[in-house]
Design a protein around this ligand. Sequence first.
Ligand code: GLY
Ligand code: MN
Ligand code: MN
Length: 482
Amino acid sequence: MRTHRVTLAVILALLTGTGAQVRAQIPATEYAARRSALLERLGPGAYYFEAAPPAAADYLPWEQDPDFLYLTGHLTPSARLVMVRAGTGTRQVVFIRGGSATTSVWEGEDRPGPVGDTLELRPADEYETFVKELAAEVPKRLVTPHNPAQGGGAGRLLEQLGGLGSVEVVNPRQALTGLRALKSPAEIELLVMAGRITAAAQREAFRATEPGLNEFEIQALIEYTFRRNGALRPGFASIVGSGPNSTILHYQQNDRFMRPGEVVVMDIGALYEHYTADVTRTIPVSGIFTPEQRAIYEIVLAAHDAAETVARTPGASFREVSAAASRVLAEGCARLGLIENPDAVLPGSRRTQLSLFYMHGLGHGIGLVVHDSMPPTLEVGTCFTIEPGLYIRPDALERIGEGPEADRLRARLAPVVARYADIGIRIEDCYAVTADRLVCLSEGAPRTVAEIEAMMAQPSFTTVSRDRGLVESFRKYAPPPR
Ligand code: GLY
Ligand code: MN
Ligand code: MN
């Protein structure tokens, strides 16, 4: 499946919506190829995987286990995948619960994934018999992410193969991480759609944002835009953080009324056919960046551009991409006086002064989960994010350390930190490496200061039917303003 060239023409047509055919799903042959790649990597033995159990309580959304989905495409709870590889033969069976009249009424029909020549579909109640009949020549190896000592389906297989002590139990985590690190053309097409819908949501949020709105109004608009364009839901908890909340990396409350003169960070991702994008934009609540916000924004944008340039170099490693961004961030912070010089470290420590304001890595793989695996170098099929940020938190000064050297540094940085306090800026885009070039999957979300300010000046359809009185009533419950 890795040998297919990702067709750039298809990706670009999908990104711009110019009439390309979306496959809309992963083909059956690809699921079969994934399973056989796993069997190839891990060798003979019995393999056992379980779908996610039904939702813990009625009416909660149910989500499939990502590894189970990767291997089968089956969207049924409590299903089991058993694969047996012995000698030259393999057998692959998915056991699914039988649909009953009752489940049809309450839950609708199950949606099993593709079955074909390599995968048999059997009712769940045949599992016990199947295990009992497992051929004696199956090697004493059990590959499973589940703990067979806890019983269940994996425990039954373990017992049948000879029990703990005589059976080698292998965790497939590392092999699956390796397989999932590179995306097929079909997966990239789904990520293209996820990126495009997420960019559309960012644009709607730009148009709607103004002082006095609550963060949740922007979150609602973003998630509405996801679903109305065919996304399943957000791929992770949406982050809409204004003012001081812009400096909280994984802020999720999204319930603060936004004020003039603040920035708001929107870190969001549409989940499209189970593949998630991850795109962050930071905009000024009033529509125009203040000089301080702009100064920080331009540094983060330059770091983003520097990282992207390195990522476009064939054979680049993500470490090199990350180093390019860190350098630009450090030089920018030194220029503003937030750190003493680009290489400065904290007193008595090897930690950089930059780490006071840039506390996370540059990015990660994306895919079935928002932090999916990726290879160390940007090979064809790598899908990943670039997301530099600077977060000027007043408590940065407390993280400088103790002692006279630390006090001196604290006194020196304090006025600069006060000047830029509560400005958090993150700019995040997602990318796919194709055989032809690096493609930005979120290019539809404006990124420069001029583009952002121009789009924020556009009207929003949401102003037509807002019930401000209803939203304002939330002030009673809102946390006290900072
Ligand atoms: N949205 C989570 C992240 O950016 O990694
Ligand atoms: Mn990210
Ligand atoms: Mn993100």
